[in-house]
Design a protein around this ligand. Sequence first.
Ligand code: HEC
Ligand code: HEC
Length: 266
Amino acid sequence: MKTPITFYKWTLLAGYSSCLVGFLLLTTTGETFAQQQNPVQGETLFVGYCSRCHGIGGTGGEGPSLQGRQFVRATEESDLARLVLTGISGTVMSRTWVTREEASQIASYVWSLARVENQPALGDVSSGREIFNGIGGCINCHIVSGRGVGIGPDLSNVGVRRGLPFLRESVLAPGTSISKGSRGSHSSFLAVRVEMNDGRKMRGMRINEDAFILNLRDTEGSYYMLQKEEMRSMTREFGESIMPEYGSTLSNKQITDLVAYMASLR
Ligand code: HEC
Ligand code: HEC
C-alpha cells in the first residue's frame, strides 16, 4: 500500500492522539466506543494491511488462517486490537501503523471471522506423516517434536504459524518464504556456495559466520568449518533455498497429504 509520507505522519499523529482519546473514551463510555465498530470498514483495512500474509478473507498464507479458530494470544476482541498495534514479537508480524480506532475496526472484522468455518485441510494426515518421515526425506532437514535434523526450520507447530496455501507452496516452490535480503524471516536459513583454493566446491546452510570462518552444513548433514582465507569465492544465495522442489518427485495427492499432515502439527 502506498501512502504519501505526509499522510503517514498524519496517521501517526492521529494514532497517538486517538490512543489518548480512545483511552479516555474507554474508561468513561467503554460500551458506546465498542458499539461504533464497523466490520465492513475493518474488512477494507484488513485487505490493505493484513491480507498479504493472512489471505483475503483470512484464509491463510504466510500467516495462519484466521477463520473459525481460537487465538493463542487473544481471548477477546480487544486483545486482537492490541495485537494489531503491537505485532507479535519474534515473528514476521510487526506492528501495523493504524490508529487505535482502525485497529478496533480490524479486530472486529477478524473476530467475526471466528464464526466462519475454517476450510478443513483435505488429504490424509497419516499418509502425509509417512511421506514426511519416509520417501519425502523431510525429516532429514526438519525437526518435528524433537525428531529429525535441524537444517531447516523446526516444524513442530507449523500448523499454527502458517496457512494451507503457504504450506503447499513451500513444498512446490521452496524458498518463496525466504527474504531476498539480509534482513527477514529466514535470513538465518541462508544457502551459501563456496569454492576453495584447492578447487573443492561446497553448498550448504550457513550455520555461523564471522570475519575469518564460515561454518557450513551440507544437505548430507556433514559439517564444515572453513577458513575464509582459503576460499577462492563465496556466494550468499539470498532468496534461494537448498530445499528440493517436490513438484516433479511427489504426486499431487502425496503433496496434499503432506500439507494435511503439516497443518495438523500444532
Ligand atoms: C508479514 C506477515 C503478516 C502480516 C502483514 C500480518 N500478520 Fe498476523 N500473523 C503472521 C504470522 C506469521 C502469524 C503467526 C505467528 C506465530 O504464532 O508464530 C500471525 C498471527 C496472527 C494472529 C494469531 C495470533 C494468535 O495468537 O493466535 C492474528 C489474530 C493475526 N496474525 C492478525 C493479523 C492482523 C489483524 C493483521 C493486519 C493488521 C496481521 N495479522 C498482519 C503474519 C502476519
Ligand atoms: C535439504 C534440506 C531440506 C529438505 C530435504 C526439506 N526441507 Fe523444508 N526447508 C529447508 C530449509 C533450509 C527451509 C528454510 C526456508 C527455505 O530455504 O526455503 C525449509 C522450509 C520449509 C517450510 C517453511 C517453513 C516456514 O515456517 O517458513 C516448510 C513448510 C517445509 N520446509 C516443508 C518441507 C517438507 C514437507 C519437506 C519434505 C517433502 C521438506 N521441507 C524437505 C530445508 C529442507
